[in-house]
Design a protein around this ligand. Structure first.
Ligand code: HEM
Length: 141
């Protein structure tokens, strides 16, 4: 799991994204659909063009869930339990897709934070997003 140092790094960096967090979600999703077109199959009911209202509003939801996760780093399983059930039982998202979205979120964070996205921050976020993905996938087993 995340060390105390990694936890505080994630909390500090997430705080810095506060003013542009809503865009981060939508940009990550658009990047996901563009870089990995197979992910679009889960969103047949969405307008997937760049900056569409649906992408923006869904992006806000994803980022809000990540904010919840950042506040619950010691207890991700419980904090994301409902989302885990939703993705496993209702949406049936293949777990491989969580890694793809994590990667897109990392690229977008790097674009927004520039030099502040240091290798240490990158490593901490990679661990954090892997932990979120693990929780969202755990109910598939
Ligand atoms: C819905 C979060 C990964 C597909 C949602 C919702 C949230 C969320 C908060 C809305 C739940 C609600 O309305 O109650 C996340 C997080 C992810 C993640 C935090 C990983 C970091 C994925 C991936 C896919 C996916 C990788 C598929 C490629 C969907 C779909 C919906 C959804 C299809 C329903 C959209 C709709 O019809 O409104 N997700 N998700 N999610 N998610 Fe995810």
């Amino acid at each position: 799991m995340l060390t105390a140092e990694e936890q505080s790094l994630i909390q500090k960096v997430w705080e810095k994204t506060a003013s542009h967090r809503d865009e981060i979600g939508g940009e990550s999703l658009y990047r996901l659909f563009t870089s990995y077109p197979s992910t679009k199959t889960y969103f047949p009911h969405f307008d997937l063009s760049c900056g569409s209202e649906q992408i923006r509003s869904h992006g806000k939801k994803v980022v809000a869930a990540l904010s919840t996760a950042v506040k619950s780093l010691d207890n991700l399983s419980q904090a994301l339990s409902e989302l885990s059930s939703l993705h496993a039982y209702n949406l049936r998202v293949d777990p491989v897709n969580f890694k793809l979205l994590s990667q897109c979120i990392q690229v977008v964070l790097a674009l927004h934070l520039g030099k502040e996205y240091t290798p240490e921050v990158h490593a901490a976020f990679d661990k954090f997003l892997s932990a979120v993905a693990a929780v969202l996938s755990e109910k598939y087993r």
